[in-house]
Design a protein around this ligand. Structure first.
Ligand code: PHE
Length: 499
């Protein structure tokens, strides 16, 4: 007969004449008790052994029980002290004195509450009156000693000890095996261990051999090499979430060139060509031919805004403005170039208010790398075009947007941009350091920006930093944790952006 290896071992360790416990078989075979139990039940199903069960009760002293067994029960100590102190005319002893004398400390209450019950005397009106009872003949003390010796005191005493938490009673099931006649016969005819296989093959299946082999158990706790698949970077994941959020708020997405003419990047935004603002971002200029496709009429209107302002009482910058500079190509330092393209009608035709657009895209600045600055980062650009917009609308939009990322403590600070009036910087509190972190820049586009574009109503707009949003969401305080060679791999691997 062929049986799984563990069953063969258990069968051979069992006896026909004597019950052997699972523990004994486990010791004899070197198999774990749970393996022996499993094999024993399988063998019982096959009729080769019989498994019997009995319940063993055991009683053990608790820590407190041990303490009283080794020293003395509190009520016994109290009784000794009371017997000692009483005498003469006075049959009683003041409780305070008796307690102090017996050195009961915080066990005084236990002693007092058991005193009368144990038949040692009475406690009333602050006085202990001991009866002539031998403290050495205490039956609870004797019962503790019995349990300590592995004997069983009478049921009543055992109940009492249990109620006083001096002993615990435990029950456990002890299983034993004995060989049946079939088992004896099988052993005489010979049992062999079936081969253990750890892989089911087509050959095992077609040859029917699978019926005779033993399948190895899976060890689900075995160490295994960790496999890490590629995953979307948390910046990209967060960018997607931002996009979903803005789409949910009714915005449409803008798209456009990373390398663009200064016209769209700066001139449309009423940034004077000779103003430090044109270089204050230190944009990356590209050594490529000037950009051709700029609508001639728009170019004229922008030039005129720069030179003479807009409206009857407008003021321009009264400084040089050349088409050559406007047609120079840079890596965009902000995605507000996209907003200009869309608002001008150049990208998807003229727009009628109300309209809302956004982009979550890369921008490039020649900054110095530090914990809060990268040379390229993601900007969350957005604008709303509508009649009669106010700063409240702008702030309300931010509150609504950031609340969806758990950020509810926004601060606004007046700011200056050549293209918006008024302008506000946005700040949020870093969850770990508590520092105020600048997370964006915003404002209402000026007439000098909107009129040349052909927009007659109000437009509120912003550029927010995606990386800074991430810092507030996940609490890291160096932007390089998520970018570049110093990145925090665990953070990148283990952070899941929740949608
Ligand atoms: N372009 C600004 C920046 O990069 C953001 C901004 C966009 C501010 C639109 C106001 C309006 O900081």
């Amino acid at each position: 007969m062929r049986l799984p290896e563990s069953q063969v071992a258990v069968l051979e360790a069992a006896s026909a004449t004597e019950q052997r416990t699972i523990e004994q078989v486990s010791e004899a075979t070197g198999l774990k008790p749970e393996t022996v139990t499993g094999a024993a039940f399988d063998l019982e199903d096959a009729g080769l052994i019989e498994v019997s069960e009995r319940t063993d009760a055991s009683t053990e002293l608790t820590d407190e029980g041990h303490r009283y067994h080794e020293a003395e029960l509190p009520e016994v100590s109290l009784h000794r002290a009371a017997l000692d102190g009483a005498g003469g005319d006075d049959p009683g002893v003041d409780i305070g004195r008796a307690v102090a004398k017996s050195e009961l400390g915080d066990r005084a209450n236990i002693a007092l509450s058991n005193y009368e019950r144990s038949g040692y005397g009475t406690v009333s009106n602050g006085v202990v009156v001991p009866d002539e009872v031998d403290p050495g003949a205490d039956e609870v003390t004797a019962a503790l000693a019995a349990v300590a010796d592995g004997d069983t005191p009478g049921d009543d005493l055992l109940d009492l000890l249990e109620r006083r938490d001096l002993v615990v009673r435990q029950e456990r099931t002890v299983r034993s095996v004995t060989l049946t006649d079939e088992g004896v016969t099988a052993l005489m005819e010979g049992v062999e261990a079936a081969e253990t296989v750890d892989r089911l093959t087509p050959e095992l299946l077609t040859s029917d051999e699978w019926q005779d082999v033993e399948f190895a158990d899976y060890n689900v706790e075995a160490d295994a090499p960790e496999r890490r698949g590629g995953k979307v970077h948390i910046l990209r994941q967060t960018a997607e979430r931002v996009k979903d959020t803005l789409v949910g708020m009714g915005f449409r997405e803008m798209d456009g060139p990373h390398a663009d003419s200064e016209f769209w990047i700066n001139d449309c935004l009423f940034m004077p060509q000779d103003h430090p603002a044109r270089t204050h971002w230190d944009q990356f200029a590209l050594d490529v031919p000037p950009m051709g496709e700029i609508p001639a009429d728009l170019l004229d209107r922008v030039r005129s805004a720069h030179l003479a302002g807009v409206g009857d009482d407008g003021q321009g910058y009264h400084s040089p403005w050349t088409e050559e500079v406007a047609r120079g190509v840079d890596l965009r330092g902000h995605t507000t170039s996209l907003s200009m393209r869309y608002l001008s009608g150049h990208e998807i035709g003229d727009l009628e208010p109300p309209e809302r657009f956004f982009s979550v895209e890369k921008v490039y600045r020649n900054d110095t790398l530090d914990p809060t600055h990268l040379l390229e980062f993601f900007q969350i650009e957005g604008w709303v075009m509508a009649e009669n917009l106010s700063v409240r609308d702008l702030m309300g939009t931010f509150e609504e947007f950031y609340a969806q990322f758990g950020i509810t403590d926004l601060r606004f600070k007046p700011h200056y941009n050549p293209y918006t009036e008024p302008s506000f910087e946005l700040f949020g509190e870093h969850p770990e350091t508590g520092d105020l972190i600048e997370i964006g820049n915003s404002g209402m586009f000026r007439e000098e920006v909107l009129r040349p574009l052909g927009v007659e109503c109000d437009v509120m707009a912003w550029g927010l930093a995606l990386e800074r949003l991430l810092m507030l969401m996940y609490g890291f305080d160096d932007i390089r944790d998520v970018h570049g060679t110093l990145c925090d791999l665990d953070l990148l691997r283990n952070t899941e952006v929740l949608h």
